[in-house]
Design a binder for this molecule. Sequence first.
Ligand SMILES: C[S@@+](CC[C@H](N)C(=O)[O-])C[C@H]1O[C@@H](n2cnc3c(N)ncnc32)[C@H](O)[C@@H]1O
Length: 279
Amino acid sequence: MRQNWTDGAAGWVANEAILDAVFAPVTAAILEQAAPVAGRRLLDVGCGTGTLLAKSAAAGAEVVGVDISEGMAAAARRRVPEATVLIADAQTEDLLAETSGAPFDRVVSRFGVMFFEDPEAAFANVRSAAAPGARLVFACWRSEEENPIFSLGSQILIDRLDPQPEPSAPDAPGPTAFADAGRTASMLAAAGWDSVKADALDFTCDYGIDGGDGVEERLATILNGGTGRLAKEQLLPRLGEEGWESLVDEVRAELRRHRVEGVVRFPGAVWIVTASNPA
Ligand SMILES: C[S@@+](CC[C@H](N)C(=O)[O-])C[C@H]1O[C@@H](n2cnc3c(N)ncnc32)[C@H](O)[C@@H]1O
């Protein structure tokens, strides 16, 4: 997973503005629940390029991020100089030892917690850095079927892979590992978290940033993402430069066909999960 996110960091960083625009409703939902304000100490797990850190610091909170990827952490440090950003595995790292030592009042994450090998142990480890009564708030994807983000346009590339990727178990570490909210709730309870709740948030993934039709923005996120990188690595040598470009054009055409009122936009389905550390 560390290697995966080390390789993926450059693409995520390059697409930061697009992803922040597309995921803005998710960010807002997390911040509404977490209410970061002055005097609160907040930990962002899998902080990526630091979106939640930036917003929470702007609200006055003292912010710490942890990310397993050096590239992501470096981007977060550039974006939020006042944040402490640890390059570490949140599953096992002593998250207090490297910071000022005061336990966290808020633990948040936007799509950063579904990659744990052993989620129960990871959430217990994170809880050990949380103050009594601290609040946990994170967003995770619901099922692939409910989320065209995992297929619209990218399926054309996936279909050309040979061999085809092995289907993974629904709860295997990955973006939709926590699609089953019942399982997530049991796992958090087993890790010692209390009052666990998962609220469905339905929103629109809207790629029409700055008045454009969103085709190039969606294409950029596909090509810079895991599927796009794997497809290019495998298919460019096989198809040659021209063949690869014409395949990319097929993706572009598919995205154009699926525009809604002239814009690439589709439903997004996530859980906003909240829990408390027993007082
Ligand atoms: C989907 S990205 C989300 C990034 C960021 N939270 C955002 O919303 O833009 C997942 C992030 O989790 C980080 N990550 C994955 N496993 C991790 C772990 N065990 N410990 C810390 N960070 C992890 C990745 O490096 C990556 O930055």
